[in-house]
Design a protein around this ligand. Structure first.
Ligand SMILES: [Zn+2]
Length: 292
């Protein structure tokens, strides 16, 4: 079963986190398909974040020239603590940034809909997403698409568009985005270490993003003001009925390690989405409650 990890442990101090050894069924599900040309991640950047982000494909020219405040200890501390877990699996590809304090362990990929991905948990390197494209060419895990389609159709009947801006993102692209960001900051005079630390405040380590698993959509906007729109209000009222949750709520930043992202909706399945919505918990809290 999934381990929630130290994000919760730090807050709840409930004892040793359970092991997160991948189950024997965590083999790749299928091969990625190429049913549509990649269109993802061509959106405008979101505002500067102070904690962490998952959706920032910022053009190099817009990378902040001034160092961001070093208020990102959540990530570093959680990663460091995880190294104390004896039976954790640490995929080598995700350890590239250990020099900056990030040593994510491999997540349990079953049940797939409740897969935990955050600063501390990443995908197995050989995990393959079987994608299908939405009507506007955004790829997503094939198993998620029917739920999204139903939700989108229901919203459309109320003249609300839930067009996604991005969905699945490859590990290669995740790494390219991060490395480009690091390089740009180094060009401005930062050391590799400092550049990496700063870049990881606005991007995820390859394999740690829910977009790498194809389980999440960014819908319509990458601005926090999205929560003032009819589309957001519709999602807030109905998304759980289709199996989606707001993954990074405003009041859960300390637990998710990611700043408020009203546009990022994660598929977890209808039953769990309804429970999560009713509980007011974030996914980390919910999975912790299931394991206690
Ligand atoms: Zn996102």
């Amino acid at each position: 079963m999934l381990c929630v990890g130290i994000l919760l442990v730090l807050v709840a101090c409930t004892g040793d986190p359970p092991a997160a050894v991948p189950s024997s069924t965590s083999t790749p599900t299928a091969r990625e398909t190429t049913t549509a040309p990649p269109v993802a991640d061509t959106t405008t950047p979101e505002p500067t974040q102070s904690v962490g982000g998952d959706d920032v494909d910022v053009p190099l020219s817009t990378v902040p020239a001034t160092p961001t405040p070093t208020t990102t200890t959540t990530r570093t501390s959680t990663a460091a603590t995880h190294t104390k877990t004896p039976d954790a699996v640490y995929p080598p590809y995700a350890q590239v940034y250990s020099y900056a304090g990030y040593t994510p362990r491999q997540t349990d990929t079953e049940p797939w809909n409740l897969m935990l991905l955050n600063t501390s948990y990443c995908l197995p390197e050989d995990y393959i997403v079987d994608t299908v494209a939405t009507e506007n060419g955004i790829k997503i895990d094939r198993r998620v698409y029917p739920a999204y389609k139903s939700m989108s159709d229901a919203a459309t009947k109320e003249d609300i568009s839930l067009a996604p801006l991005s969905g699945w993102r490859s590990l290669a692209k995740q790494k390219t985005n991060l490395e480009n960001d690091i390089a740009a900051r180094q060009q401005r005079g930062l050391s590799r270490l400092e550049a990496t630390k700063q870049a990881l405040t606005v991007r995820q380590i390859p394999g740690c993003s829910e977009h790498n698993a194809g389980l999440s959509f960014d819908i319509l906007s990458l601005e926090t003001s999205f929560d003032q729109t009819k589309a957001y209000q519709w999602l807030d009222a109905h998304a759980q009925d289709y199996g989606f949750i707001l993954r990074y709520p405003k009041n859960k930043v300390a637990l998710t390690g990611v700043s408020y992202e009203p546009w990022h909706w994660r598929y977890v399945g209808i039953n769990d989405a309804k429970k999560i919505k009713a509980s007011g918990q974030c996914l980390e809290e919910y999975l912790g409650a299931m394991n206690n």
